[in-house]
Write a protein that binds this ligand. Sequence first.
Ligand code: GDP
Ligand code: MN
Length: 347
Amino acid sequence: ISRRRSISSILTSSPLRSRILSPRPKVNAAFVMLVQNKDVYGAVNTIRQIEDRFNLNYRYPYVFLNDKPFTQEFMGMMKKASKAEMTFGVVPVEHWSYPDWISKEQAAEARERMRHVIYGSSESYRHMCRYQSGFISQHDALLQYDYYWRIEPDVKYSCDLDFDPFRYMQENGKNYAFTISIYEYAETVVGLWDATKEFMEKYPHLLAENNALDLISDDGGKTYNNCHFWSNFEIVDTRWMRSDAFRQFFDHLDHHSIGGFFYQRWGDAPVHTIAAALLLPIDQIHFFREIGYYHNPFFNCPAEPELQSKCHCDPALNVNRERFTCTAKFLELSGAKRMVYPEELDD
Ligand code: GDP
Ligand code: MN
């Protein structure tokens, strides 16, 4: 019997065959994409890359969420792109509408006043930001999972991932992970730090020891420096997001008289970042330098030769090395290895 034959006969014996040919997720985790039906091609574009770069070998399930029901066309396109399990969920109306303590008139005035700010005049964008800030991890379709990895239509994954980021999170006790950090437009977060300071005074017992306050404030907490993890990519321990501390923080912001989700344009990125920075010890936050990632207009792209060899992105374009990012500060504060810059390498 040739070696080749014996391997193929082993492969036809069913339990082993199905283990090899249909991998099973090792961690209780899922991808999540909030998306509209019109973005079907952007969505399938992202899924194909996730599959090719990572998920073909892991087969983590996908959860698609929408404030309107998904069309057959949308669901059919997604199913063609991956054999992984897929759930298509609708966002409950109470998570995507005006709470009764918010005045619709005042919200409309704010949209008018903020016309010059990016998405400042958009109503749906505000519902989206509030939803992703505080409710997404409570969706029925996500309740069973311990981690989610947020993805968006039309992002790019440019490195082969030959490790499992979910498993890394689980084995290293990480609760929040990012690939890009930048500074938020100050006009969008008016009042957010005032509300946060009140939270810190009111609930000091919820703040973590060894937290990352110094990442998001340059003056010991007096002001917010607008540093935020860019949440269009994030890997999150959903048990933390459903914890009393996180919910207390979100509820505090949501009920605050500033009404910033509607009367300003608070984004889910600064909200998640402030939550992570204050409620978690800094060593539970992680920067995935090896995940090459692009969301218009920024890249993460590693220059470390052993990482770069698995990528097709240009490390000179890595936004995390620029002045308008706080990633280097994060690495310094958390005692992690600094980034390698391409110009430091000999050729
Ligand atoms: P940007 O990244 O800040 O420019 O905002 P995006 O337009 O990419 O929106 C962020 C995420 O929310 C993406 O995953 C979008 O698909 C999703 N999204 C934005 N607005 C809506 C909406 O009105 N309905 C649904 N279902 N998803 C939305
Ligand atoms: Mn986006």
